[in-house]
Design a protein around this ligand. Structure first.
Ligand SMILES: Cc1cc2nc3c(=O)[nH]c(=O)nc-3n(C[C@H](O)[C@H](O)[C@H](O)COP(=O)(O)O)c2cc1C
Length: 269
């Protein structure tokens, strides 16, 4: 998974061709597997897969500057902060599994109408995000321009994101758990805001949300909570891969300036 996390990047330009039958099956299988799981706050997500046959003129063809998307995936979840976190956690596992089989994706958040995708959405539910799925056209100029605009390759340094012990000392990249922090640092986030903060105390990662003021206020959902779910997914999947057995618990150790405590990931080996 760590390798896949390194490999993933947002793909906004696709080859103008449909998914092969074999790849369609792979996508559906991945959605089926992850749909059975729960996030750290026990929500589940109902996923959907739609082909974009009306590629050039269809409404969904225009979301997020995406060029030639042959299909979309997305999910429906309870519209609460915890629902959004769990959505981020589960949908990122889908994205990474698709990356593993060389299918391109990009998280698209915002407000989507149920009619665009023809899915059932209950009164307390929302389509939290969607992603195209297809074959990447490598390094088109278009891609570079938009990536530059979103500052996509830039990530905040360790000393802005991660802290050690109650004194909030810096963590350097030689720390025994730095690999898992790096996995979080590489994660996608809405407008690349990287709102995750971690306080590492002994063997427990305490996760906080440092909200970007005013960001997402006009949306009907907590978009930065999705980013937290993505961070938790990267933490959990890379720890699992290295045979740790992380559990999520509510165990706030301290207040962190300008940040909201979310949950803690405790390690057992
Ligand atoms: C919740 C969420 C919503 C996003 N929404 C959009 C979007 O609407 N349009 C878009 O082009 N990219 C969107 N992105 C992609 C981010 O801009 C991208 O992940 C970030 O810039 C980092 O780049 P990378 O994914 O290539 O590492 C979104 C990402 C997340 C996590």
């Amino acid at each position: 998974m760590f390798k896949t996390i390194e490999k993933r990047t947002s793909i906004r330009s696709y080859e103008k061709k449909s998914l092969s039958d074999n790849d369609k099956l792979k996508v559906k299988e991945i959605l089926n597997v992850v749909e059975k799981k729960q996030g750290p706050f026990n929500n589940q997500v109902r996923f959907f897969f739609v082909e974009n046959n009306n590629r050039d003129s269809g409404k969904i063809a225009t979301y997020g500057f995406v060029k030639n998307p042959p299909a979309f995936i997305g999910g429906v979840v309870n519209n609460t902060k915890e629902g959004m976190i769990d959505f981020g956690f589960l949908f990122e596992e889908v994205i990474l599994r698709l990356t593993e089989v060389n299918l391109g994706t990009v998280w698209l958040g915002g407000t989507f109408n149920r009619s665009d995708f023809d899915v059932e959405v209950g009164d307390d539910e929302i389509i939290a995000a969607v992603s195209p799925v297809g074959y990447s056209t490598s390094k088109s100029i278009r891609e570079k321009v938009i990536r530059g605009f979103a500052q996509a390759d830039r990530r905040k340094p360790f000393d802005e994101l991660f802290f050690k012990d109650e004194k909030l000392s810096p963590i350097d990249e030689s720390h025994k758990y730095s690999k898992y922090l790096k996995a979080i640092q590489m994660g996608p986030s809405a407008s690349n805001k990287q709102p995750w903060r971690i306080v590492l105390i002994n063997d427990t990662f305490h996760i906080y949300l440092n909200r970007t003021k005013g960001y997402g206020d006009k949306l009907k959902m907590d978009i930065q909570a999705i980013d937290i779910g993505i961070a938790l997914s990267h933490l959990y999947l890379t720890l699992k891969e290295d045979n740790f057995d992380p559990v999520f618990i509510n165990d706030k150790p301290i207040d962190l300036k300008d940040s909201e405590y979310i949950i803690s990931g405790q390690m057992k080996k």
